[in-house]
Write a protein that binds this ligand. Structure first.
Ligand code: FEO
Length: 172
């Protein structure tokens, strides 16, 4: 059984993950319209992953005697200044999510809720990988000289196939 405080904060994280999914869907749509097919498919995939992060929390809250709340969300942006701005926004967003997860982990320890603490370890590892992935993509973009470089076509093609695992392999 989870405490009311842990339940409320897990519900808040459900909202954060749901917003991440919407934000990346908005990025996918923008990229597709701009003609960046690879970036669009990367973002569509990322949006789906965020939905699974949200669902995992929904099921956990309900299994532990709480009630998962499906949240109202703010509308994500519709326009982005460019690819570099978009991936910087993604990285900053993931850093924020990491901070949210760390706060949650701290709360479970303060509440001596070791079950939720254990459950959250999956998110702790996931955040390391997500931040690394965002940094790898930004590095790739900067390497080709950003928006003005001539390698945008190749960058777009590469991004379409990049995953957390392949990004980590590249850095190894
Ligand atoms: Fe679910 Fe990208 O954090």
């Amino acid at each position: 059984m989870i405490s009311k405080q842990v339940e409320a904060e897990l519900n808040n994280q459900i909202k954060n993950e749901a917003y991440s999914s919407q934000l990346y869907l908005a990025m996918a749509s923008w990229a597709e319209v701009q003609g960046f097919e690879g970036v669009a498919s990367f973002m569509y995939r990322h949006s789906d992953e965020e939905r699974t992060h949200m669902l995992k929390l929904v099921k956990f809250v309900n299994e532990r005697g709480g009630q998962a709340i499906v949240p109202a969300l703010d509308a994500p942006p519709t326009q982005f200044e460019g690819l570099e701005a978009l991936f910087e926004m993604l990285l900053n967003h993931e850093v924020e999510i990491t901070n949210n997860i760390n706060e949650l982990v701290h709360l479970t320890l303060a509440n001596k809720d070791y079950t939720t603490h254990n459950f959250l370890q999956w998110y702790v590892s996931e955040q390391i990988e997500e931040e690394a992935l965002a940094r790898t993509v930004l590095d790739k973009l900067r390497l080709i000289g950003g928006e003005k470089g001539g390698g945008l076509y190749m960058f777009d093609r590469d991004i379409s196939g990049i995953t957390v695992t392949s990004a980590n392999d590249e850095m190894a």
